[in-house]
Write a protein that binds this ligand. Structure first.
Ligand code: ATP
Length: 275
């Protein structure tokens, strides 16, 4: 695939208020984002800018939403890519794509007269595995080296400030070079939601759905221990479909129970598939 990739994401609708739970992650992110918002004051007192932030947590917990919300919060241009996109049969393509990604960030920010850009790299572990891990993949190594070079090259005096937010659920396999000071030196844990978090996420996704009065948020919360935000979203969506199929006006307890089973079944097949 030699077509030029567009990493620009225009739909950055996500705001921190639309993300349920993740109280601590949101607080830590906002604190870190102050580096962008008050960049000048930080520079004045000689604090080096924050270049990279690592979101760590299981799939579907809202890492992408948090990265988008960060762009909105700081009025930054938002670009997104996934680690697996950089992996090509042709040696050197991955490194070239990384260069393109950073160049696009500068160009778009300048064109739109924004003073900052956030680059989101999902599944960073695909290119960021320990280089000495014996995987022996030259392509991955070159891609990772290019990313590190780009990060090290981000200058304080540049008119566009760039922050790279990466996401992974396998921080243990990352090359330590990625986590060194001046690179992804801030880690934010984005874990599965607790009761309160699940209640908030359910409220967000139940907003425009005709939930029957026999179903309380507390009921759904009590049945969904261990569910991720993505699974809760999927559960409410499934329940709506079941209610429609039943020709009912509302989503009943039965629909919710059946939808929960469906999501759990899906999880099992996913697990099997990945073994
Ligand atoms: P992955 O690691 O698989 O890329 P992720 O952590 O980036 O997952 P998202 O892509 O942000 O997860 O979430 C997927 C979807 O799940 C969202 O679009 C949203 O509908 C729902 N979702 C996940 N977490 C939350 C949350 N905390 N609040 C509200 N919705 C959520």
């Amino acid at each position: 695939n030699f077509t030029k990739q567009d990493y620009r994401i225009k739909n950055t609708e996500s705001n921190f208020d639309d993300i349920g739970g993740q109280k601590r992650a949101k607080r830590e992110l906002k604190e870190a984002l102050d580096f962008i918002i008050n960049a000048k004051s930080y520079k004045k007192i000689g604090i080096r800018p924050l270049k990279g932030l690592m979101l760590v947590g299981p799939p579907g917990t809202g890492k992408t939403l948090l990265a988008k919300a960060s762009a909105n919060f700081t009025n930054s241009v938002f670009l997104a890519a996934s680690g697996s996109e950089f992996v090509e049969m042709y040696v050197g393509m991955g490194a070239k794509r990384i260069r393109d990604l950073f160049n696009s960030a500068y160009k778009i920010a300048e064109r739109e007269q924004k003073s900052s850009a956030i680059i989101f790299i999902d599944e960073i572990d695909v290119i960021g595995q320990k280089r000495e891990s014996g995987m022996g993949n030259k392509e991955y190594d070159q891609t990772l080296n290019q990313l590190l070079t780009e990060m090290d090259g981000l200058k304080e005096h540049d008119s566009v400030q760039i922050l790279i937010i990466a996401a992974t659920n396998r921080v243990d396999i990352l090359d330590p070079a990625l986590l060194r000071p001046g690179r992804f030196d801030r880690k934010v844990i984005v874990d599965l939601p607790d009761r309160e978090g699940r209640a908030q996420i359910i409220k967000i996704h139940a907003k425009n759905k005709p939930i029957d009065s026999e179903v309380t948020i507390e009921y759904i919360v009590s049945k969904t221990f261990g569910f991720s935000g993505a699974e809760l979203e999927s559960l409410l969506n499934e329940a709506s479909i079941l209610s429609l199929r039943d020709d009912k006006d509302t989503i009943t307890k039965d629909h919710i129970s059946e939808a929960i089973d469906k999501v759990l079944m899906g999880e099992k097949t996913d697990r099997k598939a990945s073994i």
